[in-house]
Design a binder for this molecule. Structure first.
Ligand code: ADP
Length: 248
């Protein structure tokens, strides 16, 4: 049931680097439309887990099911990228000398553009989608501004918008609020909650106030496995989580 009802299901996944087990019999299920926060100390395996989902790292053991049926371990990174999994790394990588709108247009997948051309609806389809994304990422008023003139936080939002432009089913978001102001951090929680109404989202973050704002289920990784899982209150009351992470 977990296999077919999950948007993402890691089943007993392990991977070693030079004999060091970075991911150790990790099992994790994220349901469709769920937003999950991943926490854990440095070296816990958070990045490696994301690398396994996107096909950048192939696990030694275990299976990763996407969208109920697709075994991601049988596909390489470039084909997984076309399946509707979008990843945002910690540092924003936008096209600095292009406008906000052009950044979004550049991010739109070729497939969607071709579909629009075939049905003769390219202009309206694209501009409707861009309008919607601009509202979601709070950059409506900055549409024609160069990306280089955005704040750090706004660049992060633009990059989230570039992910949305690719129309993914699953978004992987790595430390979105690192370096943001408190106001930007609070706005990012609202923005991601909106996105999660129509997408499955996995967020890796260290900012516990932000995670509290997200109000979602939390998984704490440690030594490549799940140490604790549940509400933030449940996880942060777990003495093992305090010992390896929160109490530090
Ligand atoms: P986190 O993102 O939670 O900080 P990582 O997934 O980056 O943790 O790392 C988990 C462990 O795996 C760390 O001990 C790290 O040094 C090791 N590791 C990750 N990637 C590699 C790699 N390509 N080669 C060797 N060791 C790696």
């Amino acid at each position: 049931a977990r296999l077919t009802s999950s948007m993402l299901y890691l089943d007993n996944v392990s991977v070693s680097f030079d004999g060091f087990r970075a991911i150790n019999e990790l099992s994790l299920a994220v349901g469709p439309g769920e937003m999950r926060a991943i926490i854990g100390p440095n070296g816990a395996g958070k990045t490696t887990m994301m690398d396994i989902i996107t096909g950048k790292t192939r696990p030694d053991e275990g299976t990763v099911f996407f969208d109920g049926k697709i075994d991601l371990t049988k596909h390489d990174e470039s084909s997984i990228a076309t399946m509707g999994i979008g990843r945002k790394f910690q540092k924003p990588t936008v096209f600095e000398n292009h406008s906000v709108e052009t950044n979004l247009l550049l991010a739109m997948s070729g497939g969607l553009r071709i579909k629009g051309l075939l049905f003769g609806s390219r202009k309206t389809d694209e501009s409707d989608r861009i309008d919607n994304i601009l509202v979601t990422i709070r950059l409506e008023a900055r549409r024609h501004d160069l990306a280089e003139n955005l704040s750090h936080g706004q660049k992060q939002w633009l990059e989230i918008g570039m992910l949305l432009a690719q129309d993914p089913k699953l978004l992987l978001v790595d430390e979105p609020v690192a370096g943001m102001t408190d106001a930007e951090t609070a706005e990012t929680a609202r923005l991601l909650r909106e996105i999660a109404q129509t997408h499955t989202v996995i967020v890796v973050e260290h900012d516990m106030d932000f995670i509290r704002d997200l109000g979602v289920k939390v998984t704490c990784l440690h030594e490549g496995s799940v140490l604790a899982e549940g509400s933030l209150d449940h996880v942060s009351a777990d003495q093992r989580v305090v010992d390896v992470y929160l109490g530090r």
